[in-house]
Design a protein around this ligand. Structure first.
Ligand code: ADP
Ligand code: ADP
Length: 224
C-alpha cells in the first residue's frame, strides 16, 4: 500500500525582491513499511523537503496525499491534528524541554491529545521500556547521555503510535557507536511496522535503509 504520495511539489522562498525555487517538481511515493534515507549536499533542499513531508510546512505547490487523505484539503487546525495523529518527529538536537522530566517530555503528545492521565502513565512507561530507558523517567534530559536523550526524543515521537516516523539527522551529533545503536533501533521499529524517512549526511547510515533518495538543487536525482 502507498502511504505517501507527493505529486509535482514545488516550493519557493521569497527573499526580498528575489525568489528562490528550492524544490522543483518533486514526485515520489513511499510505501507503507518502507525505511527511506534522504541524502544530498548542504542547501539541496533536504530540510525544506522533510518539513513538507512531515507536515510542518504547508506553503507549497502540488499535491500531498497521506494514507489516501489529501492533506492540502485540510483546514489549518485539522492539518496540525492530522500531523500529530500520524507523524512522529525526531530532530538532531533532540528538542527536549530541559525543565521537564523525561517522563513528562514523552507524555507531551498524549497530554496535547487530551488523553486520560491513567492511559498516559501506561503508554509512556511502555514506550520508555521499549526504548531501553524505562528507569530514566524521573531524570532531567541533561542528566542523560546524548544517545539516551535521543532515545527520549524517539520515545516522544512514538508514544502516540504514529504510522510514520520522520527523523532529521537523528545520528548527527552522536559518536559512531551510539549512532549505530540508534540506527539499530530504527531498523527494529521498521520491522515492527513503522514507516521511516530519515535525513542523513552519513553514507554508512543511509546504506542501512532500504532505499536512499538523493536530492540535488531541489530535484530528486536518485532513489525515486
Ligand atoms: P538542506 O537541508 O539540504 O541544507 P534547505 O532545505 O535547508 O537545504 O535549504 C535549501 C535552500 O533554501 C537553501 O538555499 C537555503 O538557503 C534556502 N532556504 C531554506 N530556508 C529558507 C527560508 N526560510 N527562507 C529563505 N530561504 C531559505
Ligand atoms: P535542521 O537543523 O536540520 O535545519 P531544525 O532543527 O532547524 O532542523 O528544525 C527543522 C524545522 O522544524 C524548523 O523549521 C523548525 O522551525 C521546525 N521545528 C523544530 N522543532 C519543532 C517542533 N517541536 N514542532 C514543530 N516544528 C518544529
Amino acid at each position: 500500500m502507498v502511504l505517501i504520495q507527493l505529486s509535482n511539489i514545488n516550493k519557493t522562498y521569497q527573499n526580498g525582491e528575489s525568489k528562490l525555487h528550492v524544490l522543483r517538481d518533486i514526485s515520489l511515493e513511499i510505501s507503507d513499511g518502507e525505511f527511506v534515507a534522504v541524502m544530498g549536499p548542504s542547501g539541496s533542499g533536504k530540510s525544506t523537503f522533510i518539513n513538507i513531508v512531515g507536515m510542518l510546512d504547508r506553503e507549497f505547490e502540488g499535491e500531498y496525499v497521506f494514507a489516501n487523505d489529501d492533506t492540502t484539503a485540510l483546514s489549518r487546525r485539522d492539518f496540525a491534528a492530522f500531523r500529530n495523529r500520524n507523524i512522529g518527529w525526531v530532530f538532531q538536537n533532540f528538542k527536549l524541554i530541559q525543565q521537564m522530566s523525561v517522563f513528562d517530555n514523552v507524555a507531551l503528545p498524549l497530554v496535547y491529545a487530551g488523553r486520560r492521565r491513567s492511559d498516559i502513565k501506561v503508554a509512556v512507561q511502555q514506550t520508555l521500556d521499549r526504548l531501553g530507558i524505562g528507569d530514566k523517567g524521573e531524570k532531567k534530559p541533561s542528566e542523560l547521555s546524548g544517545g539516551q536523550q535521543q532515545r527520549v526524543a524517539i520515545a516522544r515521537a512514538l508514544v502516540a503510535k504514529p504510522k510514520f516516523l520522520l527523523a532529521d539527522e537523528p545520528t548527527g551529533g552522536l559518536d559512531s557507536h551510539t549512532a549505530q545503536e540508534i540506527l539499530d533501533l530504527f531498523i527494529a521499529l521498521n520491522h515492527e511496522g513503522t514507516t521511516i524517512l530519515m535525513v542523513t549526511h552519513d553514507a554508512h547510515v543511509a546504506e542501512q535503509a532500504q532505499r536512499t533518495i538523493r536530492l540535488a538543487d531541489g530535484q530528486i536525482v536518485g532513489g525515486m
